[in-house]
Design a protein around this ligand. Structure first.
Ligand SMILES: [Zn+2]
Length: 90
């Protein structure tokens, strides 16, 4: 025989996202998902000034675009493909 008891487990819920650069909130779309943005979690390694620290931040698309324009080497841009849909449609 097994006897169970109920336990309450603490859960985190993500209620808001703000762009770390401009501070504006990242809005939710009609489906309840946050609009597209960048989320970075980086744990810095040995030999860096931030050794062992994890830095986490979010950027809205506008701030990403401004930051990207400052890159000496532009980011590699790949077009999203819809091979599956194309295969299905044929
Ligand atoms: Zn921003």
């Amino acid at each position: 025989m097994k006897i169970f008891s109920e336990k309450t487990v603490a859960q985190e819920s993500l209620d808001e996202v703000h762009c770390n650069l401009c501070g504006h909130p990242v809005n939710k779309n009609v489906f309840g998902y946050f609009e597209d943005h960048i989320s970075v979690n980086k744990t810095w390694g040995y030999g860096t000034p931030a050794d062992g620290e994890t830095h986490s931040f979010d950027l809205c698309f506008d701030c990403y675009s401004e930051l990207k324009d400052k890159f000496v080497i532009p980011p590699r841009v790949l077009a999203e493909t819809y091979e599956y849909e194309m295969e299905v449609a044929q």
